[in-house]
Design a protein around this ligand. Structure first.
Ligand SMILES: [Zn+2]
Length: 438
């Protein structure tokens, strides 16, 4: 495998406003279109099978229908006007009745980190539906102070928890590779988040796993909203189909042969064997299929029953204080989605709040204008240190990088290599979006 080079200079002529046929990266739609209702961009990709993900793979953006309305808005409409929530709750009660145990063992797993969604899910399953959940947290890269407090409050509200913390040295290295190869610092985290809970369920003979919100509410095709279960292909795999497995966009053999990682250190990131999934009758459900998911409602529920606290400060890059606040890595994560797809942190909050009727599209425009280019600096140095690979700790891996240390200059240069020219142009030394919804 070739050494990972210092990020190269990009050709700025690709990024001039005069260039009327700019290149398009990642197989995205060349035309940037925004949903007429919520202003979400068609460039935001839907979820992918992460353990096969490479940068060369073509992305599928959020679907917009012929009227220019995105799938999450269609889902939202059905959620408010069509779904019979009483019937759905009845389905949940039946499911719980079937699997509830009284033999002193746990009967379901609720994955999470103690954010408002996992708090709500585990608390309501235990108190209203009388289940015996085990909560499972896959440790964030770096807990924020308030994320850690919320995690403690979650356990303190009467929830047993397994906190899974894998070898941070390997996690840092995988995260660095995911940044270099995919510009996706959360990829190793997402893998563990999807894979660890079913693995623990298999070990402990627990059949049910409840995640919260269905991804169709903000991302995935509308049809998924009518399925109670998560697609097993995102967390389990047939052994015969495992030859092209990758973590952080790097083939497993390369991770082992060139980066000094032992195979066992990768086990938390590798999908569950499909045969084991069937043998243990594992099922991954969305509680959001059965109970109407409403973000602000979850927040107030978590405040009332668990002493959940928002971040004490406005989150840089947006105006909110309670979305995705557990992991310091979120700060870099949203910069990467902005760079690749032109979808900034504030866009997620604005689209969600427009859909929920909390703000108008005009207010959304003003908020996006105000925050979309804001670069988060509060945890920057700590995050770059996390992504750096000093030779005393990484004797083999550090040799695979032309520059093992990460800093702002490196990160900004790397960002530029991932900018799709059809989304960005550069003027007066500033990166600007070619197309905006305002
Ligand atoms: Zn929409």
């Amino acid at each position: 495998m070739k050494k990972i080079e210092y990020p190269k200079n990009i050709n700025l002529t690709d990024y001039s406003l005069e260039n009327k046929k700019p290149k398009v990266f990642y197989g995205l739609s060349p035309e940037v279109i925004f949903c007429k209702k919520c202003a979400m961009s068609n460039q935001k990709p839907i979820s992918t099978v992460e353990f096969k993900n490479t940068i060369e793979g073509k992305k599928t953006g959020i679907n917009l229908n012929e009227d220019g309305i995105c799938d999450p808005c269609i889902v939202n409409d059905k959620k408010n006007n069509e779904v019979d929530w009483e019937l759905r709750e009845k389905e949940l009660k039946d499911l719980c009745d079937k699997y509830r145990r009284s033999d002193g063992k746990y009967d379901c797993i609720v994955p999470g980190s103690g954010g408002k969604d996992s708090f709500y899910a585990s608390h309501i399953l235990k108190t209203k539906y009388h289940m015996n959940p085990l909560t499972v947290a896959w440790a964030p890269n770096i807990f924020t102070e308030w994320g850690w407090k919320n995690f403690q409050s979650w356990i303190g509200s009467g929830q047993d928890n397994y906190l899974v913390t894998t070898n941070t040295r390997v996690k840092r290295l995988l995260t660095r590779l995911a940044v270099e190869k995919l510009l996706h610092p959360f990829q190793p985290f997402v893998l563990g988040q999807r894979i660890i809970p079913p693995k623990i369920a298999a070990m402990m003979d627990i059949k049910l796993i409840f995640y919260g919100e269905n991804e169709a509410e903000y991302n995935n095709p509308a049809a998924d909203f009518f399925k109670p279960k998560r697609n097993p292909k995102t967390w389990a795999l047939n052994k015969n189909n495992s030859s092209d497995l990758k973590i952080s966009g790097v083939p497993l053999d390369d991770l082992i042969n060139y980066f000094g990682i032992n195979k066992n250190e990768l086990s938390s990131y590798l999908p569950l064997d499909e045969n084991l999934m069937m043998e243990k009758e594992l099922q991954v459900h969305y509680l959001g299929y059965y109970l109407k998911w409403d973000q602000q409602g979850k927040y107030y529920y978590a405040v009332k029953h668990g002493g959940f606290i928002p971040s004490p400060y406005r989150t840089p890059g947006t105006y909110s204080k309670y979305n995705s606040i557990d992991d310091k890595m979120d700060d870099l994560h949203f910069i990467t989605t902005s760079t690749k797809y032109g979808v900034s942190r504030v866009n997620y909050d604005v689209s969600q709040e427009i859909r929920n009727g909390d703000i108008s599209i005009e207010e959304g425009k003003a908020l996006v204008k105000k925050y979309q280019y804001e670069f988060p600096t509060r945890f920057e140095d700590e995050l770059y240190e996390y992504l750096s690979l000093p030779s005393e700790h990484y004797p083999e891996a550090s040799k695979m990088f032309e520059e093992p240390a990460m800093n702002r200059e490196y990160f900004l240069k790397l960002l530029d290599t991932f900018r799709s020219p059809h989304i960005w142009y550069k003027k007066d030394n500033q990166w600007l979006l070619r197309t905006t919804f305002y």
